[in-house]
Design a protein around this ligand. Structure first.
Ligand SMILES: Cc1ncc(COP(=O)(O)O)c(C=O)c1O
Length: 232
């Protein structure tokens, strides 16, 4: 996922070849740059840590030519597991990486792990509208689409559907779970093994706690939803 920001040009940040311009602006306006801030995409995991360390070193290279810097803000992007196959980000390894690169530097570190904290605290509950076979695919459609939670479609970060009702003899069969927006890309999950739901059943979409309400839209005028805070 780090490739999202790394392999194509994006509108974000200051590119290395722009450093001389940035430095001359700093000098021209007599600025004291106290903080450097970077954020390298969303959902990084253990296999991305090497690339993340390389990005950190680019930022530290910039910090070295700005002696007024006191704070390095490491941004967010900490990945959480989305499927049973995903691994937990090894925070011990992450902190050793910081120690290796920053120990003795004197910088104050800031982090923005918003998604990491809230992602698995929220679920989106939708109702099954229809179950039907088209071509070679068994579609389960629900009464909410990517406009209520864009991450599965935008970033391929699934909010896996889980049945709210368990029945006896629930054989798992592959289904494609689709939303109610008039776009073919509006799919929550493809070929996922699920006990076949009935119309009216509820499905809980897990890991919906980050970027759901905040990124929701009124696409197809289907933007209505309500949020409930569950305290235990
Ligand atoms: C600068 C910056 N910090 C933090 C974040 C959020 O990170 P996370 O998705 O881990 O909450 C973003 C998200 O785009 C960002 O651009």
């Amino acid at each position: 996922l780090l490739e999202y920001s790394g392999s194509i040009d994006t509108k974000f940040g200051i590119y290395k070849e722009q450093w001389p311009d940035a430095l001359s602006l700093i000098e021209k306006h007599s600025l004291r740059v106290k903080s450097l801030h970077f954020h390298v995409g969303c959902g990084y995991s253990n296999r991305h840590l090497e690339a993340w360390e390389a990005a950190l070193n680019v930022v530290l290279g910039f910090a070295r030519i700005l002696p007024t810097v006191q704070v390095v803000n490491l941004g967010g992007g900490f990945g959480v597991p989305h499927t049973a196959e995903d691994e937990l980000l090894d925070l011990q390894r992450w902190s050793r990486l910081l120690e290796r690169n920053l120990s003795g530097s004197g910088y104050t570190l800031a982090v923005e792990p918003g998604d990491y904290i809230v992602k698995d605290a929220g679920i989106l509950v939708l109702t099954v509208n229809s179950v039907e076979v088209k071509g070679r695919t068994r579609f389960v459609t629900v009464d909410g689409g990517f406009n209520l939670h864009p991450e599965p479609v935008f970033y391929n970060l699934p909010c896996e559907p889980v049945p709210c009702i368990l029945r006896e003899n629930d054989e798992q069969i592959p289904v494609t779970v689709a939303g109610n927006i008039n776009e073919a890309l509006d799919t929550w999950a493809r070929n996922l093994d699920l006990p076949l739901p009935l119309e009216g059943d509820r499905l809980a979409f897990i890991n919906a706690g980050g970027y759901g309400a905040a990124m929701s839209s009124n696409h197809c005028m289907r933007g209505d939803f309500h949020e409930q805070l569950v305290l235990s």
